[in-house]
Design a protein around this ligand. Structure first.
Ligand code: NDP
Length: 439
């Protein structure tokens, strides 16, 4: 029952998966007998907690903290932490639910989880971020561990936050262990982790295009977002000879027809944490479209002409009207770096048009896959060279694509990677749940 509007994103995610599973259940009714659906939509455990911290003015601030441990059939819970004022328990549930299938698709031993807070890191000093992270971990530490639940970053949680969270975990428990991923490179992090989600989304696009005897080289690409995923999507697009011409943040969209200045973007976002509008100081010839001037029914970035689209900011950032415009402009490939960035109506249009469409749970799985490689390095006390990590990432993305494509074919819908991803991911988790008995 869709009784709670606060859970609308969670229901949206469930609906997509369940619709795709219909043909599987017709062939394999035993999943019904084991009540897999009823079990898989219910998190194994959820914690909600108060995070109190003291701001620079000496005032006590209070935020909500969450961790959803959704499914551990395939391994320890794994999934990021999101710090953003829009976060609710419904947001974390939707992300945790998606994570189960994504993690299954990687072929690695990781279950699904997610967490976060409605804390807004914008405008906070480093000290405030540190005090918040310490307070957050003071509750979270009792629920996580290298063999039970290993959080990572997501929106608003990057290397700085992971550092403060790790420091507090170590201080409380007295243990130096692989309890978080996305760590600094000289204290347990993996080379290539920062780049992995963006690079992976581009590798996935390349796999989709190769299967259609097309290529990325020479394509004009639209990217949304200006954070971790967007930046490394842009970097890999350049490496493969494509031309990314847009990026966006919560203040607006940059359109630079000569190609996004990647060095400047990194400087603005990774160093200065500035708004994208300042891109114009160095490139007055580029265009900035403020969110105030966005079309009412969508997002300015998708109204710009391009050949391929990479939504890398947040959920439901690509609407039905946006999808119509992309298709009218001849987009042939959409690879999702973000989680559930396209609305259900937009996805239906992409599938109907039979373009190369890679849903987030497949296309952005490179991030979590590389996080698992970080766990493997931590537990064996090794640090692998970048080439080894990148090689593995490339192979994992190719395997995910093949699984999705083969499964779509098996169920009579060649090219429908949404169906392929959902059935392939679900089957692995469901089979493991059955073999492990009623839990
Ligand atoms: P970051 O915080 O690094 O960047 C997020 C970017 O998206 C920022 O540019 C931010 O703008 C923009 N943004 C976020 N929320 C909104 C919003 N509500 N409206 C407009 N713009 C918004 O996060 P990531 O790059 O890590 O994550 C981006 C997406 O990728 C998310 O959907 C995340 O779940 C997904 N993802 C991330 C993975 C990872 O490894 N990091 C792995 C798999 C998926 P501003 O700068 O103004 O805040």
């Amino acid at each position: 029952a869709k009784s709670s509007p606060a859970q609308s994103e969670f229901y949206q995610a469930i609906e997509e998966v369940l619709e795709c599973l219909r043909p599987l259940f017709e062939r394999a009714p035993h999943y019904h007998q084991h009540s897999i659906i009823e079990r898989i939509v219910e998190p194994e455990r959820q914690v909600m907690f108060r995070v109190s911290w003291v701001d620079d003015a000496g005032r006590v601030q209070v935020n909500k903290g969450y961790r959803v441990q959704f499914n551990s059939a395939l391994g320890p819970y794994k999934g990021g932490l999101r710090f953003h004022p829009s976060v609710t328990s419904g947001t974390i549930k939707f992300l945790g639910f998606e994570q189960i299938f994504k993690n299954a698709l990687t072929g690695l031993p990781i279950g699904g989880g997610k967490g976060g807070s409605d804390f807004d890191p914008k405008g906070k000093s480093d000290n405030e971020i540190m005090r918040f992270c310490q307070s957050f971990m003071t509750e979270l530490y009792r629920h996580i561990g290298p063999h039970c639940d290993v959080p990572a970053g997501d929106i608003g949680v990057g290397a700085r936050e992971i550092g403060y969270l790790f420091g507090q975990y170590k201080r409380i428990t007295g243990r130096y262990e692989g309890v978080l991923t996305g760590k600094g490179l000289n204290w347990g992090g993996s080379l290539g982790r920062k780049e992995a989600t963006g690079y992976g989304a581009v590798y996935f696009a390349q796999n989709m295009l190769t299967a259609r005897e097309e290529e990325l080289r020479g394509k004009t690409c639209l990217v949304s977002g200006a954070g971790n995923v967007a930046i490394y999507t842009i970097e890999k697009l350049y490496e493969l000879g494509a031309k990314p011409v847009t990026c966006s943040d919560s203040t607006g969209t940059i359109h630079d027809p000569s190609g996004i200045d990647l060095g400047l973007l990194k400087q603005l976002k990774e160093v200065q944490r500035a708004s994208l509008e300042s891109y114009l100081h160095d490139h007055p010839e580029a265009h900035f479209i403020s969110v105030r001037d966005y079309p009412q029914d969508g997002h300015a970035v998708w109204r710009i002409a391009g050949d391929a689209a990479f939504p890398c900011a947040t959920q439901n950032e690509l609407t039905e009207a946006d999808a119509k415009m992309l298709l009218a402009n001849g987009v042939c490939c959409v690879s999702e770096g973000a989680n559930m960035p396209s609305t259900k109506e937009a996805v239906d249009l992409f599938l109907e048009a039979k373009i190369a469409y890679g849903p987030g749970k497949a296309a952005n799985a490179g991030g979590v896959a590389t996080s698992q490689l970080e766990m493997a390095q931590n537990s064996s006390m090794e640090q692998w060279p970048l080439e080894k990590v990148d090689q593995k990432l490339k192979q994992i993305m190719a395997d995910i694509h093949r699984q999705c494509a083969d499964t779509a074919e098996e169920f009579g819908e060649p090219g429908n990677l949404v169906l392929g991803a959902n059935i392939a991911g679900f089957r692995k988790v469901a089979d493991a749940m059955i073999e492990q008995g009623v839990t």
